[in-house]
Design a protein around this ligand. Structure first.
Ligand code: ZN
Length: 155
């Protein structure tokens, strides 16, 4: 987030979305009718003329603009709150969280067969065997007894 000064639009977006709807309607009515009515009633002879002019709709487009902006902001606020709710929902259900990539990779590594060198005689895969005579593990050709190739077991 940048540290720019918050404008009134930011405040509107951060407010709960019904506040934007209500604020838009209030702003619309105040600009469209309220100011004109106020000037007509309390403005004195000079401002009363201006008040009558405003009441006739001179500020109508401004009033619609305020209504539109407020409703747009409340729409954004509604979207933001929906996203925040979805985020909280995901935090409440840990099993639904995406598994960190590193955990998946270590799982895969655990199940990956240990890479064993190929048989020096025939090139077939080699299997870990145990020699009863030497009492040591070694790699024997998977084609045994057809092939008697062996290798020392690499730790
Ligand atoms: Zn072999």
């Amino acid at each position: 987030m940048s540290r720019r000064r918050e404008g009134w639009l930011d405040i509107l977006v951060k407010a709960p979305w019904p506040a934007g709807i209500a604020g838009g309607v209030i702003g619309f009515l105040a600009i469209r009718y309220g100011i004109g009515w106020f000037l007509t009633q309390f403005g004195g002879p000079v401002l009363a003329g201006t008040g009558r002019l405003l009441s006739s709709g001179a500020l109508a487009s401004l009033a619609w603009l305020v209504l539109g902006v407020c409703w747009l902001a409340s729409g954004i606020a509604w979207r933001l709150s929906a996203r925040r709710a979805a985020l909280l929902e995901r935090q409440r259900a840990p099993e639904m969280q995406a598994t960190p990539l590193a955990a998946i990779e270590s799982d895969v590594a655990a199940f990956r067969p240990v890479e064993k060198p190929a048989c020096p005689r025939c090139g077939a895969a080699m299997i870990e065997r145990f020699s009863r005579t030497t009492k040591q593990a070694f790699l024997g050709c998977s084609a045994y007894p057809g092939c008697r190739g062996t290798r020392a077991l690499q730790p």
